[in-house]
Design a protein. Structure first.
Length: 481
């Protein structure tokens, strides 16, 4: 049965409004087949233990989202869901006991739904087989495969338990990178790495063909390549048009922030701005150019928003140049135009561009001028701004947090010094397992929670180099008033 939600809307006007609907993808079998020699090609730092990642880590994320977004699916059923006898059936899209939420939406179910249509199935299989260089007989075999099974094959790359026909797409768990809701538009992205090409193709087919999004088809924006890009010399031209969702933040109703990073090019940002202004989607776009380093893959690995006036960020990338009297002699000989410096330029349709000296100035401006905060903007620093913990914890996504509502955010339990920094700013800190039990026992109401950092287990998930901001594609948030 095709997934439905009669109240479904696409409308995201901030990073912190109460989250009402999002797209996710639970770790699939393909993740358990990533081999060491290919891990970095497939954008992972290491190979992961799939069962641990699912049962001990990601399943908590799904359960937590359910209590906040779709409580009828989980309230009073937690023991049953967790019962080993049920073999995680609540989390498996091909199982009759699957949650099938229309608010915590599993990408695999949307793929299953569109594959029911014979014409779409033929077209999508042809496109996948072209990307993956499959032979003709395999293409015909896939077209004749039943949709639920076919969706699993396309995502995992496995025809059955033992036979892989193409590479997995392990990064599909990072659903934000594939598209971003900007007000009531969807901006579909262009990934930098070949390993993500199939994900992008699947999301195009889902957004243009699934009935859930039918009212928004005219609001889907696709980033084009720059004109005559195919005439440029070289296969890996630095000017490639790329844009990934981890570099896109909807910070207020008329303001979008785009990062230029290892994964998003200036050309990609340029094409996005043209599209957004031509369609009158936003009035203002700020480009934040960060160092092209694996450490800072996207801007959401460097900063995310916690409350209207509170941000978490890596201080070493956020600061202005220090005052001359505090500088050691060696700093006078540093390259002031270093490509490792953050650059920030703000564009308003029809106005002269404006620059900001540092990230803290930009984020304060967003809090105070765009979101109307009357309080001084506060910053919680990765690792408590103490070396080496700042760099260590930024690497394991201390700055990559997802706000379920203003002031209630999810992060990894391993980032101890950052957790301490949250406590010093007056935040409550709670482990997810304890929190779920409190919800189930009616000791706590998700809607009443304030100023809380929820700690999620992370030993395997953190190997994939992404936090919960990456693992979410918000489709609907309440407006921040």
């Amino acid at each position: 049965m095709t997934l439905k939600n009669d109240d479904f809307k696409i409308d995201v006007t901030s990073e912190i409004g109460v989250l009402r609907a999002l797209l996710i993808h639970s770790p699939d079998n393909g993740l358990g087949k990533v081999v060491p020699s290919k891990a970095q090609d497939w954008l992972f730092e290491d190979i992961v233990h799939l069962d641990t990642m699912r049962k001990n880590e990601y399943d908590y994320y799904v359960k937590l989202l359910m209590y906040f977004l779709d409580p009828d699916k989980i309230k009073g059923k937690l023991n049953q869901i967790d019962d080993p006898e049920n073999k995680r059936s609540f989390f498996k899209p091909d199982n009759k006991n699957f949650h099938a939420s229309g608010k915590v939406i599993e990408i695999q179910t949307l793929l299953e739904d569109i594959l029911q249509e014979a014409d779409i199935r033929r077209k999508l299989i042809a496109a996948v087989c072209a990307i993956e260089n499959c032979n003709y007989r395999l293409q015909i075999k896939l077209i004749d495969t039943e949709p639920v099974e076919l969706a699993k094959i396309i995502i995992s790359g496995s025809l059955n338990k033992n036979e892989m026909i193409f590479a997995p797409i392990p990064n599909l768990i990072f659903s934000r990178d594939i598209g971003i809701a900007v007000n009531n538009y969807m901006l579909l992205n262009k990934p930098a790495k070949k390993a993500r090409a199939r994900e992008t193709l699947l999301m195009r087919y889902i957004f243009f063909n699934h009935p859930l999004f039918s009212a928004y088809r005219d609001n889907i924006l696709e980033i084009p390549e720059t004109v005559q890009h195919f005439l440029r010399p070289g296969e890996d031209n630095d000017q490639k048009t790329t844009l990934e969702g981890g570099d896109v933040m909807m910070v207020s109703p008329q303001h979008l922030v785009i990062g230029c990073s290892e994964r998003t090019s200036i050309s990609g940002a340029n094409e996005a701005i043209k599209l957004l202004f031509e369609n009158d989607v936003v009035k203002k776009v700020t480009i934040v150019k960060i160092p092209h380093k694996r450490d800072y893959m996207h801007i959401d690995t460097v900063f995310t928003q916690v409350k209207r006036n509170v941000w978490v960020l890596l201080r070493s990338l956020a600061l202005k140049e220090s005052a001359a009297e505090n500088q050691e002699p060696i700093s006078w000989f540093a390259d002031k135009k270093s490509k490792d410096r953050t650059e920030i330029v703000q564009f308003e349709n029809g106005k002269k561009p404006k620059t900001f000296k540092c990230l803290e100035d930009l984020l304060s401006d967003i809090s105070e001028n765009d979101l109307g905060s009357k309080k001084k903007t506060k910053f919680i620093y990765s690792g408590g701004d103490t070396f080496p913990y700042d760099a260590r914890e930024q690497w394991t996504d201390s700055c990559n947090l997802l706000a379920l509502k203003e002031g209630v955010v999810l992060g990894y339990d391993r980032n101890d010094k950052t957790v301490d920094a949250f406590k010093q700013q007056g935040f409550d800190v709670i482990q997810v397992a304890d929190l779920l039990q409190k919800f189930e026992n009616n000791e706590l109401d998700p809607q009443e929670m304030k100023n809380t950092l929820i700690l999620m287990p992370s030993s395997e998930l953190s190997r994939a180099r992404g936090g919960f901001h990456c693992m979410s594609m918000p489709l609907l948030r309440d407006t921040v008033i």
